[in-house]
Ligand binder design. Structure first.
Ligand code: SAH
Length: 207
């Protein structure tokens, strides 16, 4: 598995555009195979998303690395993740940032991600079960927000949850999605940039 993981870093990440050495090191270390169903463990380091049950998927390794890199990793940052899913992206974030709050809407995925991440020894993650756009999570403002399911339209409520200088990475769209990077330049200036086309599961809403 360790060899397959290093090949993944070489062939899928470095050959594309992932450059941050800390991100590459962590991607070469976090055991992705422990986050996928047993029958897919042999495919865990392939260049593809995989099913994790409940109609959801674990993101392709490149997407996990690329989204993480766009948040500019630093141990003094506190990150909000919406869409815990398997917990793999959460593990990568927890290695590179100081603290993570992660929200998952499907109760079974919330439970399984929390248990694997605790088993692996992570102590800087707070887990929440609910709709990430709606449930109150402290602090009110984060240094970075990552959304791993796609809303049809950009959620205008999210930039308010970013600290000044904070970055938000989110897939947006329905039949055609783009990965969008949002930077909160100042209290009243936000810039948005489309990065590249992606294919994510749909962000669900709950009242
Ligand atoms: N990063 C995860 C991606 C999982 S897919 C991984 O690599 O495993 C996206 C996840 O977002 C799914 O688990 C889905 O249930 C969850 N989700 C969808 N809408 C949500 C919402 N409004 N709030 C929180 N989680 C949500």
């Amino acid at each position: 598995m360790a060899l397959a993981r290093l090949q993944m870093v070489q062939q899928q990440l470095k050959r594309r555009d992932v450059e941050n050495p800390a991100v590459l090191e962590v991607m070469g270390r976090v055991p992705r195979h422990l986050f996928v169903p047993v029958r897919f463990q042999g495919d865990a380091y392939d260049d593809t998303p995989l099913p994790i049950g409940h109609g959801q998927t674990i993101s392709q390794p490149y997407i996990v690395a690329s989204m993480t890199e766009k948040l500019l990793p630093s141990k003094d940052k506190h990150i909000l993740e919406i869409g815990t899913g398997s917990g793999y992206q959460t593990a990568v974030l927890a290695e590179l940032f100081g603290r993570i709050d992660t929200v998952e809407i499907v109760p079974e995925l919330f439970v399984s991600a929390r248990s694997i991440l605790s088993e692996l020894g992570y102590t800087n993650i707070n887990f929440h079960n609910g709709d990430g756009l709606k449930i109150p999570v402290e602090p009110k403002e984060f240094d970075g927000i990552i959304v791993t399911a796609a809303p049809e339209r950009f959620p205008e409520s999210l930039p308010a949850r970013l600290a000044v200088g904070g970055r938000l990475i989110i897939p947006v769209g329905y039949s055609h999605q783009n990965l969008m990077l949002v930077v909160k330049e100042s209290q009243d200036k936000i810039t948005r940039r489309d990065l590249y086309p992606v294919r994510f599961v749909t962000l669900q809403t709950r009242d």
